[in-house]
Design a protein. Structure first.
Lengths: 187, 780
């Protein structure tokens, strides 16, 4: 059993959105408005032309944080949201009754309603598509021009992600909520 | 191929088969093609095919996953040094281009007024016969002046196959994107430092990107190499742009420059470096030609930062700082060449000035500078092309100082339209080019296309230009064809090949098959026209007999071998290459030894000591073998021998109006992807960038519809008020707002820049000036 997480060299992100398109094609996400498992959070530049603060415009690739202490899992009345193998937070569409508690509970806004199945959907770290087929990368990671994402096993001290987190400074999003997220932003 | 002496006069050159090959028309492949991507229609198969992307010009290596004859997913192929194991948003959307319901599926002939959008479905043979009849009539009436038929092409691996038909046909007119895109920077750098080169952004320590926007207009491997190293991680980036782009957001300094004044900025940088003697003196002394005169010219002209500040809007202090920092980091310092450099009238001089300034730091042919790299030559397999005595020279050859083999599109179009052509231009063959959207003033382009007697367009999608054609020949997409093998020279050279993932759908064909069918149909009847009007041909027939002479004029020659056969032949000298290219899509010598996985995402292609950073031994490929400060031969043609600023470069922007600029973002490629469902899901349309404070004054809010108008025409587009652009500039992304109703998603979606751009040209190559249009706006 592994414990999968993802480190993001977000400073390398150029907001080209290759990751979003790869995710959609890999995981069959419908091409509808507000249907996305991953996204690039853009903070618009501050200042008045021509004095724009360069540092103010940032690109933050994001997705489900696969929290170890996931609020979405806690609120789900039917156990549709559950901890799958390798520590991933998963949704069982058969059990989902679309009460949307999880969507409200998720502090990261990582969930949406799939209009085809009328159930909640979100990032699975490509576990059912790529990992199941023997791949070791997620679609968003593999396609990225500047190689922002490093996916791997947090429990394996020799993995690249473990090495990276051991040697680089990083921060996490909304850590104070006690969600224990597994996305790490390298600063 | 041996050619007898008596017919030598007919040889005007040759066409290289290695880049001309293609699959012979085989009925079995036609029969096997699927009419729709129906799952499970073919036998169970699950395969991975090494292909090369064609969603833009970069040609990234990809793996197509094919199940039951359907392409399911595209993944990056890590083996290709140039694309560094990635696919961008467009690369990922290739399947949507393959299965776009709006694709051209069958040959069509116009069945109504031109532009009516009415076409009838015909067989390939009927289409060829129609072309043959029209073409024969035109050439008979024009007494075999082959140049009355023009050829134009968009960029792509099959462009060369199409061009072989053009060469065999014998017209003087070939037109492509060069004069709408990169002609000025390629020649500016080539004539100055001996080549356009490759910026080594993996090792450069200081880079000025002016106008170039590599975070959005992705170029491989520049984009991938560079943005891992910006933001305090090894490379300093200075972005010079009238807009705050994604590239600006990644830079150490953004200099908002007034549109069209970059040349003044570079001249002032040069001034500082010379005045303060900060340039690489040893390099300049040894490897520059004419530096003393250039130095004298820069100093005596008074190109001070204070002078430049008034023109560019960039503070003099910033210019001093950038010039000093650049030289302090040199030779690992680059003034980035840029690619789409059709901005203003001074563009050629701007690129020359950039190249000279960059070279003054010594950063040419060195690691971290502009490199020329090494090539991996392919074996050519040539056939002789005939020469036609009555074919006249280019009509627009005197419209600019140097009109090269790709022509000046705007000058050509306007001469035809304004009846300034010395002889009539009557037909146009078009390969996957969309002049309706890629050339300024679409009203003129429409009138031009309507004026021609015959327009034949090969394309995959019903573009605006397709809709104004007489005959439409549907090409298959890149995922449905094997293309000519290509060698990519550079710091880490390699050979790559696009392999067919699935058979062509519907009745589409690859360009090779199309050219074979067409040439088989027209070759003999066109030879009859030459026999009738060409005295050289008549004499040769008397001497050698008709059969022997026809052999030289047989247009089918470049299209008779299979592409696989030609590809294998082209790489014969590299052991195992042919099989490797078929299986893996990429080959370079010692690949098995050199190629290493060095991380979960990262690969090494060549060991450091095998990379071709320095190859010239300081003998540059210029006339003097040195960096050329002056080019006196151009002065005779009215082009300044040295870059200088002229009063005529200054452009007034009347109060209440805007200077319009256009450009790219990372989700679309010009007008070629504007009907792609996945990309439109990411970015539904383009928006007009207008300064937020100006917008507020005018009562314009986000999403308000604007009419943007100029002397050329008008278009409507939604507003995006932002502080990322100055108060007298207006911008929107190129390629949207198509007129073609057959593009169900792109039709009338967003603003069309071709409708409003004025069509001035610069004096060197007759390249168009896309940033010289004044526009006004009105809320509608």
């Amino acid at each position: 059993m592994a414990r999968y997480g993802m480190a993001l060299n977000y400073k390398s992100c150029i907001n080209c959105r290759a990751c979003e398109s790869a995710c959609k094609e890999e995981n069959g996400v419908l091409l509808l408005k507000d249907h996305y498992r991953i996204w690039v959070g853009v903070k618009e530049a501050e200042g008045e032309f021509p004095n724009i603060s360069i540092a103010s415009q940032t690109y933050h690739p994001s997705q489900c944080q696969h929290c170890s202490n996931a609020p979405c899992q806690m609120v789900c009345p039917t156990n549709a949201t559950y901890y799958g193998t390798d520590g991933m937070v998963m949704v069982d569409p058969v059990k989902c009754i679309l009460c949307t508690y999880c969507i409200n509970a998720c502090p990261y806004d990582a969930r949406y309603v799939d209009q085809r199945t009328m159930t909640v959907d979100k990032c699975t770290f490509c576990s059912d598509t790529r990992l199941a087929a023997g791949e070791t990368t997620t679609a968003c990671q593999a396609t990225c021009p500047t190689k922002v994402r490093v996916f791997g096993d947090l429990d394996d001290p020799k993995s690249e992600i473990s090495q990276l987190l051991a040697n680089k400074e990083y921060r996490q999003v909304k850590e104070h909520l006690g969600t224990k997220p597994k996305l790490f932003y390298i600063v | 191929m041996k050619v007898e002496i008596s017919r030598r006069r007919f040889l005007q050159g040759s066409v290289a088969m290695s880049i001309a090959g293609g699959v012979g028309l085989s009925s079995s492949s036609m029969m096997a093609s699927v009419a729709a991507p129906a799952k499970g229609k073919l036998s169970n198969e699950d395969k991975k095919v090494a292909t090369l992307c064609e969603m833009c010009v970069n040609k990234c290596a990809a793996i197509a996953h094919v199940r039951n004859g359907v392409v399911q997913k595209l993944d990056p192929n890590p083996l290709f040094p140039k694309s560094r194991n990635m696919l961008c948003a467009r690369g990922n959307s290739g399947i949507r281009a393959l299965y776009d319901p709006d694709r051209l599926k069958y040959p069509l002939i116009r069945d109504g007024e031109k532009g009516s959008g009415k076409f009838k479905r015909v067989s390939w043979d009927e289409a060829y016969a129609y072309i043959n009849e029209k073409l024969t009539k035109i050439l008979d009436e024009e007494k075999d002046n082959r140049s009355t038929v023009a050829f134009c092409a968009g960029e792509g691996m099959a462009e060369h196959t199409f061009k072989n038909f053009f060469t065999m046909f014998g017209s003087s007119h070939f037109l492509n994107h060069a004069s709408l895109c990169l002609a000025t920077t390629v020649s500016g750098y080539s004539l100055t430092i001996g080549g356009y080169g490759q910026s080594d952004l993996d090792n450069a320590k200081y880079v000025i990107m002016a106008g170039a926007n590599r975070a959005e207009a992705i170029v491989t491997p520049d984009t991938m190499d560079f943005f891992k190293r910006t933001n305090g991680r090894g490379a300093k980036l200075i972005t010079v742009d009238p807009r705050f782009t994604n590239t600006a957001a990644k830079s150490d300094k953004w200099l908002a420059i007034n549109v069209g004044t970059d040349l003044a900025f570079v001249l002032a940088l040069t001034y500082v470096a010379i005045k303060e003697e900060r340039y690489n003196k040893a390099f300049v002394e040894n490897y520059f030609n004419g530096f003393e005169a250039y130095k004298e010219h820069i100093l005596s002209s008074g190109y001070t930062p204070e002078w430049a500040e008034k023109l560019t809007g960039i503070h003099a202090a910033d210019i001093y700082e950038v010039a000093r920092d650049f030289m302090a980091h040199a030779p690992q310092a680059i003034y980035y060449q840029g690619r789409r450099t059709t901005w203003s009238k001074n563009d050629f001089q701007l690129r020359r000035a950039q190249a000279i300034f960059s070279a003054m730091g010594g950063g040419v042919d060195v690691k971290g500078g502009i490199c020329f790299g090494r090539g991996l030559p392919l074996i050519d397999h040539d056939v002789a092309a005939p020469i036609y005595a009555n074919a006249k020279s280019r009509i627009e050859k005197d419209e600019a100082a140097v009109v090269g083999g790709s022509g000046s599109w705007v000058a050509f179009r306007n001469m035809v339209l304004e009846n300034r052509s010395p002889y009539p231009i009557r037909a146009l063959f078009n390969y996957k080019h969309n002049p309706m959207q890629n050339m300024p003033n679409s009203a003129k382009t429409e009138a031009f296309l309507k004026k021609l007697d015959l327009v034949v367009t090969i394309d995959t999608m019903p573009s605006d230009t397709v809709m104004l054609s007489d005959v439409i020949l549907p090409e298959c997409t890149y995922l449905e064809r094997t293309d000519p093998v290509v060698s990519y020279g550079g710091i880490e050279p390699s050979i790559a090949q696009r392999n067919k993932a699935i058979d062509p759908m519907f009745e589409t064909k690859n360009t090779m098959d199309i050219m074979l069918g067409l040439s088989q149909k027209v070759s003999k009847s066109l030879f009859e026209i030459s026999k009738k009007h060409d005295e050289d041909v008549q004499m040769a027939i008397e001497e050698d007999g008709e059969e022997a002479v026809y052999k030289d004029f047989d247009l089918t020659k470049p299209f008779l071998h299979s592409q696989e056969e030609l590809n294998a032949h082209a790489v014969e000298k590299y052991e195992g290459a042919a099989q490797m290219l078929k299986d893996k899509g990429v080959f370079y010598p010692n690949m098995n030894e050199y190629f290493k996985k060095v991380g979960v995402n990262d690969y090494e292609y060549y060991p450091e000591n095998k990379r071709a950073y320095s190859v010239l031994n300081n003998k540059f490929k210029t006339p003097s073998g040195k960096i050329e400060c002056a080019i006196p031969s151009l002065a005779k043609r009215g082009i300044d021998a040295m870059p200088m600023w002229k009063k005529e470069y200054e452009m007034e922007i009347p109060a209440g109006k805007f200077r319009f600029i256009t450009g790219r973002h990372a989700q679309f490629t010009q007008s070629g992807t504007n009907n792609n469902k996945l990309l439109l899901n990411l970015v539904p349309q383009n928006y007009a960038w207008i300064n937020a404070r100006v917008a507020k004054k005018l009562g314009i809010k986000f999403g308000d519809k604007l009419e943007v108008s100029s002397k050329a025409g008008k278009t409507t587009i939604k507003a995006y008020p932002t502080e990322k652009i100055g108060p007298d500039t207006l911008f929107f992304v190129h390629g949207f707002g198509s007129y073609s109703k057959a593009l169900s998603l792109a039709y009338n979606n967003g603003g069309n820049d071709a409708a409003i751009l004025e069509d001035g040209i610069e004096p060197m190559h007759g390249s168009t000036c896309l940033h010289d249009t004044i526009v006004e706006i009105r809320k509608v």
